[in-house]
Design a protein around this ligand. Structure first.
Ligand SMILES: NC(=O)c1ccc[n+]([C@@H]2O[C@H](COP(=O)([O-])OP(=O)(O)OC[C@H]3O[C@@H](n4cnc5c(N)ncnc54)[C@H](OP(=O)(O)O)[C@@H]3O)[C@@H](O)[C@H]2O)c1
Length: 285
């Protein structure tokens, strides 16, 4: 079972969950979710843009774990921003997931009519269909624009975050505003370069764990939420088996020192702003 964090709205969020980005085969997505919940996960991270919300909902129901016990995250895509479009996009996600509610709804990217969509998200919290709201890929300048206009402060910012990219500017800002940092690419998208870093390999051998488990444990001890993606049942089970050991201060410092000055994934903001509000992924039937 994973540890959890308290969000600024008082709700608890597990620190480790399953990500399902690029899991586009509905049967594989459904069985990955079922297998994760069977292994003790209680957080699943999907998005409208992943085109697998229905499969995620089916996986949760097939697992036998009550949906009240599962922390379910989905995200709005910028083509659905603006007040009216966001309201109907939220209704669409609720219908496809079919779990009664969404625990955490994020804006996937900081482009387009962010403020209009935020108002619709706040109203969904008031209505009780969404329990917490947050953002993804927001930098400090994006948050500086949203926060003064927001009635509800974002609870979470989901961003690229792993030992090679530790968000040096954003993390202190999130800390000051009580916003939880959630890591996408927690394993650097499975990067061999990251997994073979000496401080990771040495800690893995000292604790009888794998490099992946050491990196996930680093996320937990840094106070992040991590959502590693896997469709392999053995990997899924191994990735949550990180609560029976602790990295020493020296091991944590060795991994902290791996930070580089650039993220792994980069898309120019002008391109994001030009393409994302227009390109609407087609949901699967
Ligand atoms: N908000 C955003 O813009 C955004 C962007 C990207 C991702 N995300 C979220 O973050 C999640 C994770 O990101 P990601 O999937 O790109 O990267 P990731 O979780 O860092 O890495 C996934 C890769 O690691 C491999 N892996 C997982 N566990 C392993 C293990 N125990 N041993 C060896 N290999 C292992 C997976 O392969 P196998 O399947 O073979 O195990 C896969 O190739 C996504 O699924 C999504 O929910 C959000």
């Amino acid at each position: 079972m994973t540890t959890s964090l308290t969000l600024s709205n008082g709700r608890r969020m597990p620190q480790l969950g399953l990500g399902v980005y690029l899991v586009s085969d509905p049967a594989v997505c459904e069985s990955s979710v079922t297998s994760a919940l069977g292994a003790g996960y209680r957080l699943v991270d999907t998005a409208f843009a992943y085109r697998n919300e229905r499969a995620v909902g089916r996986g949760i129901r097939a697992s036998g774990v009550p949906s009240e016990e599962v922390f379910l995250t989905t995200k709005l895509w910028p083509s659905d921003y603006g007040y009216d479009k966001a309201r109907s996009a939220i209704a669409g996600s609720l219908e496809r997931l079919d779990c009664g509610h969404i625990d955490l709804l994020l804006q996937h990217q900081p482009v387009g009519d962010v403020l209009g969509a935020w108002r619709a998200m706040e109203e969904a919290v008031d209505a009780g269909t969404v329990r917490a709201i947050g953002v993804s890929n927001f930098r400090v300048d994006d948050l500086e624009k949203l926060l003064p206009k927001a009635r509800i402060t974002p609870t979470v910012d989901q961003v690229e975050l792993h030992p090679h990219w530790q968000q040096p500017e954003l993390l202190p800002y999130l800390g000051r505003h009580g916003i939880v940092a959630e890591a996408w690419y927690p394993l650097g998208h499975g990067s061999a370069k990251l997994l073979n870093e000496p401080p990771v390999v040495v800690a893995a051998s000292a604790h009888g764990k794998s490099a992946v488990q050491v990196i996930l444990r680093w996320h937990v001890q840094r106070g992040f939420v991590a959502i590693p993606k896997s469709t392999d049942p053995a990997h899924i089970a191994a990735n949550i088996d990180v609560f029976d050991f602790e990295l020493t201060e020296a091991e944590m410092a060795g991994i902290d020192a791996l930070g580089k000055d650039k993220p792994m994934f980069r898309m120019p903001r002008w391109l994001m702003s030009a393409v994302m509000p227009l390109a609407r992924p087609r949901p699967l039937p």
